[in-house]
Design a protein around this ligand. Sequence first.
Ligand code: SF4
Ligand code: SF4
Ligand code: SF4
Length: 330
Amino acid sequence: MSKPKFAMYWSGSCGGCEIAVINIHEKILDVDANFDIAFWPVAMDAKVKDVEALEDEEILLCLWNGSIRNEENEHMAHLLRKKSKLLVSFGSCATEGCVPGLGNLFPVAELIDTAYTTLTTDNPDNIRPQTVTQVPEGEITIPAMKDRVHTLAQVVDVDYFMPGCPPESHQIAAVIDLVIEVLQGKAELPPKGAVIGAGHSTVCEECPRQRNVKAIKAFRRIQDVAPLDPELCILEQGVPCNGPATRSGCKARCPSVGAQCIGCYGPAEGVVDYGARLVTAFASVIDSRDPEEIEQILDGIPDPAGQFYRFNLADSLFQAGASAFKKNEV
Ligand code: SF4
Ligand code: SF4
Ligand code: SF4
């Protein structure tokens, strides 16, 4: 009997999610034993036309990592949605836009101008990429960038969401085990739309650090707090830590080793807007009841966009900075 088909695809991403899958070590053999790998460009040679030739929903499980940054990403999202029974938004880029989503703070033309005019860019003719270029050998086309980064679910219907930048390998392994158990009739799939491979509380709930002091008079960068108390909550030592707003599931990996959580598992269960929840959490540890002073202390956070929306801007209530909505007026 033929095995069910598996696919994995990357779009606007860094490749880290693909590495995280490889990081499950020998568990990858279970994938091979239970699935026929139909399409996984990073791991094997297969062409888009091979996917186009499949029946609709012939792929049982497709893990999609990466944001929707250009027209090719969007085209592939529609194609793999059509060909897959279960489409998983895998990782922060697919689920929230992640760091590529910070591009939504600027119009596309400004992003391109910046990339092609940096101090280290050798571009004497001030060339910009064109979607169609004629060369002696024929016509070269590249996909056009979309006005904004979108999440996968903003473009197509998604069955499950798996957060993390990247998802932790133990969580990937657990999800693979679950799918195999479903195939063997030993378990049932979670309800459509569920978050899988993650917890249901916050990073703070998994964090071993003690929380008891609420007396922040200023926020500081972690390198300016030396030495950091190894037992005490990092946020309560004045270093912005995103644990209170971030979904659990990573076993509080960063605060456990002395680094603040930067929020890669996305909004905790029930959080509508990640940044708004985080501002509230930060305000709650500030040692002041004066709204102006609280605002002044919050203003001391060095990179507010990165702090509050590093992973989540494209999926936030804003979705983009105001200038990005001006499209290509630069
Ligand atoms: S979620 Fe993180 S690790 Fe995965 S592709 Fe995006 S940036 Fe890379
Ligand atoms: S704010 Fe950070 S350091 Fe403090 S308990 Fe939460 S995750 Fe741990
Ligand atoms: S502690 Fe925060 S930043 Fe670190 S892995 Fe967990 S969710 Fe991601």
